[in-house]
Design a binder for this molecule. Sequence first.
Ligand code: MLT
Length: 318
Amino acid sequence: MKVLIADKFESQGIEQLKAAGCEVISNPELAGDTLVAALKDTACQILIVRSTKVPAEAIQAATGLKLVIRAGAGYDTIDVKAASAKGVKVANCPGMNSTAVAELAMGMIVALDRRIVHNTVDLRNGVWNKKEYSKALGLKGRTLGIIGLGKIGMLLAERAGAFEMNLLYTDVVANSAAEQKLAARKVDLDTLLKESDFVSVHTPGGEGTKHLIGSAQLALMKPTACLIHCARGGVVDENAVAQAIQAGKLRGAALDVFEQEPGANDKEFHDAVIRCDRVYGTHHIGASTDQAQLAVAEETVRIVQTFKNSGNVLNCVN
Ligand code: MLT
């Protein structure tokens, strides 16, 4: 079975695929036209991607493609509709990097409260300003509102519980484990936004959640509150965040994901929100720890092996 890897992928995973008898072609530079050409020329049956976008054009041009695997949880970078239309299956690796994302979200809460990035920048510029940076809420007894208490939200709740934070959450279903173990309280979105000192977004992306947090929602938040967003670009309206911060209606925001996110090989990013003071940004690195990448690679190999041996597609999303 021929496998094309069009992204960075753990070398251990590549070796495991080879050991399983796959012919592996790995080219992390593929994107756009070169991906289209490679899908035509290699006639691979399986395509593995992480950040590389797989548009309809690439799927339509593919000659032997049967399965696209997203080495991650989200699959909004793959045109699933076009894949389904061509009978190509799409699979993902849910849950494998959840801890890494929860760790980043927790780090962002601390970083925003203590303004760690601002502290560092001032020190680098030779400025000592203990008076300014002595202002912080502190986390103990403060309220964290988690929008979407799935696996990542729950891991964040456990971490915030260790910081003795109070927990509110929204979700379609009640999470009795969180309520019993962590005294988390399920509320509606408006209540969560009004009562929280920190709000962290952990919903899936897509049309259903587009701009779930926009200017109307931000207006409900306390001016001393901070927003953390490590979910999917588009769930939060970035322009609305910039306006709320500039108007002093929000203390800070930390964003790991963006509406117009560059692909794997793009080297520039000029999103206006990131130039706002009090907005911290990271390069969609929530899932990017060694532990998480290894777990994702292992799951990807498991999907390939199962498909090769039985034709079944684990974690199929279409
Ligand atoms: C995911 O969907 O799991 C992450 O976005 C993975 C990544 O950073 O590529």
